[in-house]
Design a protein around this ligand. Structure first.
Ligand code: FES
Ligand code: FES
Length: 151
């Protein structure tokens, strides 16, 4: 089944089973491997992308749901890591192994779009992705840096 969506601003048409998870279309069909596979059951957030500006877990979104929608992946934030959230991540030296981090950045970007100056409670509520390296404190600092909050 041919499905058309906008990925990082460009129209993309794919011919796949409509039940195929969006994650696998991004990674295998479109070759965009910045979005990661962790649990496959919408629990860890490693696969987070934006669909029409909202953070969603692409491992559990059938591609048919993405038809006609705007998808943003980590590759779409900037081509040179200059997006404010990416820059804050670099400044705070957030990643350890790095596996969860594109999902974390996409979740944080969606949070800051919705709440430009998030409180600790806002961060706790919205950042439900899992980091097995335990980088949560640096993630919090990077979100606040990107928001221009001095601590
Ligand atoms: S891989 Fe999608 S939430 Fe874990
Ligand atoms: S940096 Fe290793 S899982 Fe988060």
């Amino acid at each position: 089944m041919a499905i058309t969506m906008k990925v990082n601003g460009a129209d993309k048409t794919v011919d796949v089973d409509p039940e195929t998870p969006l994650l696998w279309v991004l990674r295998d069909t479109l070759g965009m491997t910045g979005t990661k596979f962790g649990c496959g059951i919408a629990a860890c957030g490693a696969c987070t992308v934006h669909i029409n500006g909202v953070a969603e877990r692409s491992c559990s979104i059938p591609i048919q749901y993405a038809a006609g929608k705007a998808i943003t992946t980590i590759e779409g934030l900037s081509t040179d890591r200059s997006h404010p959230v990416q820059a804050a991540w670099i400044a705070e030296d957030v990643p350890q192994c790095g596996y969860c981090q594109s999902g974390m950045i996409m979740a944080a970007t969606a949070l800051l779009k919705e709440i430009p100056k998030p409180t600790d409670d806002d961060i706790n509520t919205h950042m439900t992705n899992i980091c097995r390296c335990g980088t949560y404190n640096r993630i919090r600092k990077a979100i606040k840096r990107a928001a221009g909050i001095t601590t």
